[in-house]
Design a protein around this ligand. Structure first.
Ligand SMILES: Cc1cc2nc3c(=O)[nH]c(=O)nc-3n(C[C@H](O)[C@H](O)[C@H](O)COP(=O)(O)OP(=O)(O)OC[C@H]3O[C@@H](n4cnc5c(N)ncnc54)[C@H](O)[C@@H]3O)c2cc1C
Length: 406
């Protein structure tokens, strides 16, 4: 049986193309299909996010030969400060968390990378790779898996065949749905307002997370005197703030932000992302694997969504590469089950931990507030506990795939 590619990857966001690059290292071919036209995905303002990429994720990008081109535009994250706050009062509590990379030997906990740089590097790399084909501007509308292989049908009616189908098609994965995989999750009733700002004072590579009753506000250092803002509010507040003029928007942001970075200005466009939790009830099916947000869409509170997707990629690439070396069929249920076993427990734990953190910190109940403040004080006071949080933030805990090891 001949196939168009070994892997048919539905979704050309970030996880899909990065998986294709990881598979290509082992000589496996992929076709990456995305419904969006190439020019749209590659446009400068396509996505306003910046990602806190953990050290383990940076190692993966290095192995995929992407880091060299990204490093100059990436901001090392040297410290993380977490505190309780209320709008208008700034960070309130004397109990806070402070994580400093100097407490671990591996260097910065991670880097902040802007989507416009990462996406550009990823798209350029798959275009240049002879083992990867790209198909843009056509949605996958049907799929079929049989004993011999998988086939997908595109909106134009064209069909493609492969050994394995991968759903990297985001939180509302049609690939999972068509395979009959159900999902669990809920809406957070929150929307993230995202933008970049310029400020007068240097950030010194420190990331801040203020927990406020409607949702957390993250201030994440970018290259230069700029920071990325992820400001979670109720859907109604977020819609109202998003509708404001730039100046009025800043007027709402300033009291939440405080003045520790001096005067602030917007640096670029503003974006909104509605927040929900969505977990696929299985990460695999017949000749099928789900990766990234298609498998697990989580709250951005800990900046771990893409990091978790990158672990999926590194784990799946390793599982199929090892299976192939042993002469196994890479699409067999046994091989794909190894991938699920590796990743499903980890990502479910992450989803539940972020969910719980959001719930506990989004409450203004004085008792809960006291409890969480004391909890932060305790973690902060115990170096061993603090270090384990730092290692977690750096993505160094758990069973790391080879592509993420030092
Ligand atoms: C506000 C916010 C901040 C975040 N910050 C961080 C952070 O700091 N660190 C971090 O690690 N993570 C972060 N994340 C999470 C991260 O953004 C996501 O995990 C990541 O972008 C998911 O990428 P993906 O490739 O899996 O999915 P997507 O980016 O959703 O890509 C899916 C692609 O599939 C395509 N598609 C869908 N259906 C079809 C079809 N039928 N046919 C063809 N193509 C199809 C779509 O066009 C799309 O391009 C954040 C998330 C949010 C909301």
């Amino acid at each position: 049986m001949t196939y168009d590619s070994d892997f048919l990857i539905v979704g050309g966001g970030l996880n899909g193309p990065l998986l294709a690059l990881a598979l290509a290292r082992s000589g496996l071919t992929s076709t990456v299909i995305d419904a969006q036209p190439e020019a749209r995905l590659a446009a400068e303002g396509f996505d306003g996010r910046s990602y806190a990429l953990a050290l383990a994720s940076v190692r993966l990008l290095r192995r995929l030969d992407l880091w060299e081109g990204l490093e100059d535009s990436a901001q090392p994250m040297l410290e993380i400060k977490v505190s309780d706050g209320r709008a208008g009062e700034g960070p309130l509590s004397p109990f806070h968390l402070h994580f400093d990379h100097a407490e671990i030997e591996e260097g910065p906990m991670g880097h902040m990378v802007e989507d416009r740089h990462l996406r550009h590097a990823v798209l350029a790399a798959i275009s240049d790779n002879p083992l990867i084909s790209r198909l843009n501007g056509e949605a996958v509308v049907a799929q079929e898996a049989g004993a011999q292989g998988v086939a997908v049908t595109l909106s134009s009616g064209r069909q493609l065949t492969g050994r394995v189908l991968v759903g990297a098609d985001g939180r509302r994965s049609g690939t999972a749905e068509r395979a009959g995989i159900t999902r669990s999750g809920w809406d957070y009733g929150q929307t993230a307002l995202v933008c970049a700002i310029e400020h007068d004072l240097p950030h010194h590579g420190i990331a801040h997370q203020f927990f406020m009753p409607p949702g957390p506000l993250a201030i994440l250092p970018l290259k230069g005197r700029r920071s990325s803002i992820v400001w979670s509010e109720t859907h109604a507040n977020a819609a109202a703030f998003h509708a404001l003029s730039d100046e009025d928007y800043l007027t709402m942001l300033r009291p939440r932000f405080g003045d520790f970075l001096g005067e602030i200005r917007l640096a670029g466009a503003r974006y909104t992302y509605p927040l929900n939790l969505t977990l696929a009830n299985s990460f695999v099916g017949t000749r099928l694997a789900l990766v990234g947000d298609a498998a697990h869409g989580v709250h951005p509170i800990a900046g771990q969504g893409l990091n978790a997707g990158l672990r999926d990629i590194a784990a799946l690439a390793q599982v199929v590469t090892e299976a192939r070396a042993r002469g196994e069929d890479v699409a067999s249920a046994l091989v794909l089950a190894r991938y699920q076993q590796w990743r499903r427990f980890d990502t479910t734990t992450l989803a539940l931990a972020t969910d719980l953190t959001n719930r506990v910190f989004a409450s203004d109940n004085p008792l809960l507030r006291l409890g969480r403040d004391l909890g932060m004080g305790v973690v902060n006071a115990i170096p061993g506990l603090r270090r384990s949080f730092i290692r977690e933030a750096a993505g160094l805990t758990g069973d790391l795939p080879d592509l993420m090891r030092a």
